[in-house]
Design a protein around this ligand. Structure first.
Ligand code: BV8
Ligand code: ZN
Length: 243
């Protein structure tokens, strides 16, 4: 579909919706300078992310896992919301509700001003005790190796959902409610490979509600959605939402 036609069709869907749900992935933070999962080929320092972002990796080598997260916390500390995050935050002024369901752990949607954000995979700025679950607050950007819980001998771990770990029921429920309630579902910057996050986008297609995808490249969703816009989120979202 021609870009202009796609934008025109997308703008119509946006204009006609009162309640919007948006699934975002690493692609929306790429223009804030944060590497996506795929662009780095799913690698970090020659480790496959799936081999580092797991409870087994943390049990085996907690220092390696904290090196991985400290590297991302260092990068995240420099990152600012980009026009894509800001356009989604500004949309709240014009809609009854905008719920962001994000796979990202960088906190940039909240920094941009979005007030309803479901963090399906946790948040890189939070840590918790691996043993008793107690949250650890005010940690430095680089968490010292090895930090321990204030209440028990447990090690602190990033408050992140790792591969093989279940997502929090309350987040799954919030995402499902937003999916059921919305009149428009948008999918931005995700390769739609990670489950169960991607399932919300496929369920939106199944629900028959309008679905707009914004992505730099084709994904398994592209042929199924109402409108698939190819391009960078920081450029397409403002054109889609505010022109
Ligand atoms: C669970 C925290 C069960 C970590 C993350 C085989 C088949 C299907 C599923 C599985 C399978 N084997 C295992 C599974 C399940 C597994 C899974 O989905 N694996 C995948 C790899 C196949 N899922 C799980 O393990 C989940 N848990 O299933 O538990 C269970 C149930 C009950 C009890 C016990 C257990 C947990 C998944 C959560 C993993 N944690 N994040 C961290 O971030 O450190 S997921 C991780 O991947 C990140 O969140 C990241 O967001 C995500 C990658 O996905 P994307 O966000 O889509 O990023 P990606 O780079 O892939 O794509 C970016 C896209 O943007 C690209 O298309 C690119 O073209 C585009 N783009 C780039 N720049 C831009 C852009 N678009 C627009 N503008 C730009 N500028
Ligand atoms: Zn503890």
């Amino acid at each position: 579909m021609e870009r202009e036609d796609g934008l025109a069709q997308g703008r119509k869907l946006v204009a006609g919706a009162r309640r919007v749900a948006v699934l975002t992935g690493a692609g929306i933070s790429a223009e804030s300078g944060l590497a996506t999962f795929r662009d780095s080929g799913g690698l970090w320092e020659n480790h496959r992310v799936e081999d580092v972002a797991t409870p087994q990796a943390f049990a085996r080598d907690p220092v390696l896992v904290w090196e991985f997260y400290n590297a991302r916390r260092r990068a995240g500390a420099q990152a600012r919301p980009n026009p894509g995050h800001l356009a989604l935050a500004a949309l709240e002024q014009r809609k009854e509700s905008v719920v962001i369901i994000t796979q990202n752990v960088d906190g940039l949607h909240q920094k941009a001003g979005s007030t309803r954000v479901v963090e399906l995979h946790g948040n890189i700025w939070r840590a918790r005790c691996a043993r008793c679950g107690r949250a650890a607050a005010d940690l430095p950007v680089e968490v010292p190796f090895l930090s321990y819980c204030a209440s028990c001998p447990g090690l602190l771990r990033p408050d992140i959902v790792w591969f093989g770990e279940a997502l929090a029921p309350r987040d799954l429920e919030a995402a499902a409610a937003a999916l059921q309630d919305c009149g428009l579902f948008m999918v931005v910057g995700t390769s739609a490979q990670v489950q169960p996050a991607a399932s919300f986008a496929f369920a939106a297609v199944g629900r028959g509600v309008g679905v707009i995808e914004v992505n730099k490249e084709e994904t398994p969703l592209s042929s199924l959605v109402s409108v698939s816009l190819r391009g960078e989120a920081g450029e397409v979202l403002p054109a889609l939402l505010f022109v």
